[in-house]
Design a protein around this ligand. Structure first.
Ligand code: ZN
Length: 172
């Protein structure tokens, strides 16, 4: 999946949770860590979405890709836990709050879930198991674009239901 699909899917996962558990919809730190978590796994792709954003990311992903393959160990539950533990330490240092840390984890997991819809698939339990979860939606295909559209409609529906005031501009 491409970066925008990952970010949108992470946002949908969070907004569904936020709707039912009554969490804030617009906390910048929560949204920033959520999106960061949803994009970080593709740091193992030297020509991926993240690598194309800045020189620093490009250098980092080139370095990472020398040691691991794309959708290898960086795309696993273990990597999600290790990355979240690192974010937890940083968050404790800067007093960011556990909800933002949990959202980073949610973003990371949502990335793995979305990539599991791809034919290459994801080995969630590597290095302990080679069992793969996969499906037929190719990266950048018309099917992914359709999925992206469905995600955007779902996000808009949740926002419309939970925060109607955001749509007031259309009714004035
Ligand atoms: Zn990925």
């Amino acid at each position: 999946m491409i970066g925008t699909t990952h970010a949108a899917f992470a946002l949908l996962c969070y907004y569904v949770t936020a709707y039912f558990v009554e969490l804030p919809f617009d906390d910048p730190m929560i949204l920033a860590l959520l999106i960061a978590g949803s994009l970080l796994p593709d740091i193992d792709h030297p020509r991926g979405f993240l690598a194309r954003q800045s020189y620093l990311f490009r250098r980092t992903s080139r370095g990472v890709s020398k040691f691991v393959t794309h959708r290898g160990i960086v795309h696993s539950l273990l990597a999600a836990l290790i990355a979240t533990a690192a974010v937890w330490v940083i968050a404790a240092f800067y007093d960011l709050g556990m909800l933002a840390v949990a959202c980073f984890f949610l973003g990371f997991i949502s990335h793995l879930a979305a990539d599991s819809l791809n034919p290459t698939g994801i080995k969630w339990l590597q290095p302990f198991s080679k069992a793969k979860v996969r499906d037929g939606i190719r990266t950048g295909s018309a099917m992914e674009k359709f999925l992206f559209l469905i995600i955007i409609i779902a996000i808009s529906t949740i926002l419309y239901t939970a925060h109607l005031e955001l749509f007031n501009i259309f009714f004035e």
